[in-house]
Ligand binder design. Sequence first.
Ligand SMILES: [Zn+2]
Length: 416
Amino acid sequence: MTRCRLCGSEAMASVVDLGATPPCESFLAADQLDLPEPAYPLHLRVCTDCWLAQIPPLITPEETFKEYAYFSSYSTSWVEHARTFVAGAVERLGLGTDAFVVEVASNDGYLLRHMVERGIRCLGIEPSVNVGAAARDAGVPTLTEFLDPAVGTAVREEHGPADLVVANNVYAHIPDVVGFTRGLRALVADDGWVSVEVQHLLTLIEENQYDTIYHEHFQYYTVASAIRALASGGLALVDVELLPTHGGSLRLWARPAETAGEPTRRVAEVLDREKAAGLRELSGYTQFSARVAKVRRDLLRFLVEAAEEGKTVVGYGAPGKGNTLLNHCAIRPDLLPYTVDRNPYKHGRFTPGTRIPVLPPERIAADRPDYVLVLPWNLRDELVEQLSYVHDWGGRLVFPIPELSVVEVASREVTA
Ligand SMILES: [Zn+2]
């Protein structure tokens, strides 16, 4: 039995066991299809002492991130989200042209480019060599490193303390949560701010978002467990915002503990919601596994019935979460002959484990399928609009989560 990586407790309870799957971003090239493909267990447990939900760190971030297939700039809504965040942070913290901003896991510079445009000095810290190179090409200064206390200290010595450290969509991705948090503390000025965006375990559980459990996400936070995690590095939570991104995320505003002061009322309100949902006791977690099993049965029933009726179903999107779903449901090309993605890196490759071909999006209009199964359900509003052309030939969009639903026309939905 593994120990809790945050508090060291052995009191770990099972939440859901998704079996064994390959790493969700390990898309296969054609010449890899005859080679073995390692699979790793995907079993979510929760520590009943500090309530941090976690999976064992079987795949190191070094293996996952050296060459990474995810470029944030390919998602229209994500780029817009970053633009809005930068505008809000600049106003909230009064960042001027004398400010210094560091973003950890800065990807292809999708966020910091907005700081560059405002004339604010910034630095990205991004472990993926290929993605970081794209950021530098776009004019965003970027250091190729994993953040730990030593890297944080070195950056502070070279560039000075940061007025704002942004860590969006990375706090789940680091198995050494304590070392990473100490790295954030090393970067930030004593009177500075740390802004962390991370998926909210409350919505993951309430909305059946089990496909967001994958090997790259080592831990899953409530506000309660995030407070514990931040404290492990000397940071204190001051404020929290609830965001719709990734189906429900937290934006945590933290400061060095010695300058933080009292948390806002919003922190207490979200803590109350989590407590009301049963997430401070085991009962809030134990119903989840049965609901996950139902998502799988409903999706398989739909695909099998469509196949029996001679209907064509193809996929849209090849996100990491799609691969948790496809592998857990055991969906292969006989039920889903291909999926498409806007990211050209994935074209001509195959989904890990299930080996479904990934093609360019134009293929859908050429083939006019009866159903399009949308895997990145978190971009639902954006995609219902973007894919409205599917209705031109009487096709329909299908969303598997939070429960199977078939979109009849862009504005009307029928739950299957
Ligand atoms: Zn713990």
